[in-house]
Structure formats: C-alpha cells, structure tokens
Design a protein around this ligand. Sequence first.
Ligand code: HSE
Length: 440
Amino acid sequence: MEPVKIGILGLGTVGCGTISVLVRNAEEITRRAGREIQVVQAAARSLKKKRDCDTSGIVLTDNPEDIVTNPDIDVVVELIGGYEPALDLVMKAIENGKHVVTANKALIAVHGNEIFKAAQEKGVMVAFEAAVAGGIPIIKAIREGLAGNRIEWLAGIINGTGNFILTEMKDKGRDFADVLAEAQQLGYAEADPTFDVEGIDAAHKLTILAAIAFGIPLQFDRAYTEGISNITREDVSYAEQLGYRIKHLGISRRVGDRVELRVHPTLIPERRLIANVDGVMNAVLVKGDAVGPTLYYGAGAGSDATASAVVADIVDVVRTLTTDPTNRVPHLAFQPDALADLSIMPIDDVETSYYLRMQVQDKPGVLADITRIFGEQGISIEALIQKEPAEGANVVPLIMLTHRIAEKKMNSAIAQLEALDAIEGKIMRIRCEHLDSNWT
Ligand code: HSE
C-alpha cells in the first residue's frame, strides 16, 4: 500500500521531536498503523536555522500555505502554536480535505467548536492528544477508556512550568522569578510565560478536558483563571505545617446542571498521590462513577514526550482513514448532535474550603471579631495557627483553614475582615480541595 504522506507546520521542539520519533520507531509504527508514514514536506519560519533533527528527504518551505494546499499530503500536523496563522492554516487544510493533527491547546480551546464543525462537514479528522498534558494519553483515556462512565470531576496539574516553580519554591526555597527563568531555558515555558504562571495555558487545557468529560462545547471564555504569582514561600511553608501542598490545579466538576471550570492555586492534602507530582511532571485525576478515581501521570512537555502524543494521533488517523466518518470517535467524545448545554458555574457560586493568611494586631478581642464575621457568613474554622510576634513587632501572622463555603460568602467575609483596624494589609486566600474518592 502507498505510504501515508504527512506535512508538518513548524519545525521547533515538537516538530523536530515528531520527525525523530517517526524515524527512530518507523518499523514499529508501520506495524501498528498498517501503512508506512512518510513526512514529505515541512514548513519553518527560517530555512537557514540549524535543526535538532534530520530533515533529509523532506522538502522544506518557508511558506506554510505550500503544505495545506499540497495535493500529495494526506495529513497536516500543525505544530506552530498560537491562534494565527495556525487557525487559518488548519481551516485551509480541512477545506482541502486533509486530516489534521495538532498540539495547539490555545487553538482548540478557543476555536475548537468551529474547527470540529468544519472537519465534520468535510469528513476529516482533527486529532489533538498532544494539546493536553504533553505525552500523557489523557484525551484517549477520557474519550474512549472511560466511555462507560458518567464523569463526576477531574483535577489536574496541567502546566509543567507552574508545577516546576512551586516544587522548587517548596524544596529549595528558591525565588519565583529565578525558577521561571530556568523553566524558560529548559524549553518548557510558553512563548509568553504569563500564559504559564497566570493559568491561561492550564485553562486552555482544562477547557478541552471538561468538554470531552461532560460532552459540552468548548467554553474557554467562561473558565475562571487565577495564577501562582502571588504565592509566597511563607504560604508554601504554612501549608506544609498544616499537612498540605500547594499545587496549581485545573478543576472541572459537574454540580447539578452546571459545570465548574476553574484554574487556581489549591491546597491539597500531602498524602494524595497528586500532591506528590513534582517538577515539570503533569498528572490528571479523573473520577468516573463506575471506575472511581483514576490517575494519569507523565511528562507534560518536552520534545519527545509531546511527539509521543503527536505520533499516536497520526497512527490513529492512518488506521481510520478508510472508515466511514460517522463511525469515528467523535472529536468531543459525544456525538456532535448530542452535546449538553450544561452552563458553566460562576466562581461566586463555587464551594471550596479555604486557607487564609492575615497579619493581625496582637491584642485582646481580635479573634472574637474575626470569628463573629465568620459566624455571620456561616463559615466554620477547621484549623488555626497563630505565630508568636517577631521581636518588637505587634502584628502576628494568623493562618486558618475553613470548612467548605460558597466563594461569595468568603468574599464578603474577607471584605469585612480587611476593613477591621486590627487586620493589616490584604488577606491571602488560597482555595483548598481534599480530592477524596467520596467527592461527587
Ligand atoms: N508551557 C507548557 C507547560 C508546555 O509548561 O506545561 C506544555 O503545554
């Protein structure tokens, strides 16, 4: 049988990793796919740049249009990243009847609905395993492996850079900026590193996971996103004293006829496996009603790890080239005409426990004021640490853990507390989740 012909858009870290993996494991990949896979053309911004992969035998071009219009190419692999020109190129590839494999989470999270609609009309596939958690086959696990379940919730460490920063702060007491610079050097961080530290990258990935878990359209603009740039070494250390780790989590949960979609720093009990996922590694915890909690762990970024997912998608596409398009696994796991219109819950209505850190004056009656305000809002305190004042200081750090309460009630309590003379400055608030198997 004729080899399947691939065109690659983008010869950066993942593009070169994909070429290397396809060459290195060519024999096994062909045995799996049933056909030889040949990269015939690749587009890169600069043709002069030295590459980390062997491009001999591949026609190189600096015009990506050449690839999406090349009649010989069956599958276009989009590894440029970002919204434009990736969107335009992917839409043109689909228009020209080509299947698409992409690692582009921003593109899928924001434009996925229109891309899948166009692909469905044209009868082509758009595969995006590498868009979420790099090499971990989490899309396949949720979309196919858990297809018998009603998914209740999922929670993931889905940004390696953020996890690397928090891990280094905890283990070595390093500064935020210093660790971020190292992650950039290692090639894990996004082109704009605020996407990593402010949670945008994680929100892109969470949006995709929530859509396939609950069978809802992609709704990136409804995701609540909070980054890790305010987390201090003190918070990391107090959390540890309370038996928790701080992780930057993406959480999506079905609550009645609404879905939570939120990315924020989160305290989780240190005994949870996911609390021990360190460095640039990613992990996603998925709770299905039948299977219970399941955990998927692995490299969330990097050349070969991401290429692992890209190549798996290429193999998937090759295997199903001849199947009737209506019998393929649907892009968003559920049949396109059977998506649910569950609404995304506003963060004000979300209930979590809270870690609070405040600077209070060390004088009688302060705790009474604080507990009165909590009592009025129905907030119950679970644990409390008050440190001795430093030599000569009259303010002390007060750290609390609360029971679960709606965000709007906590906001109202914090506003009242910050208005007290006895509380100095802003109150630090970090949400806390226990992620136990009974959580529904
Ligand atoms: N910037 C991303 C991360 C790369 O740090 O996880 C993989 O999507």
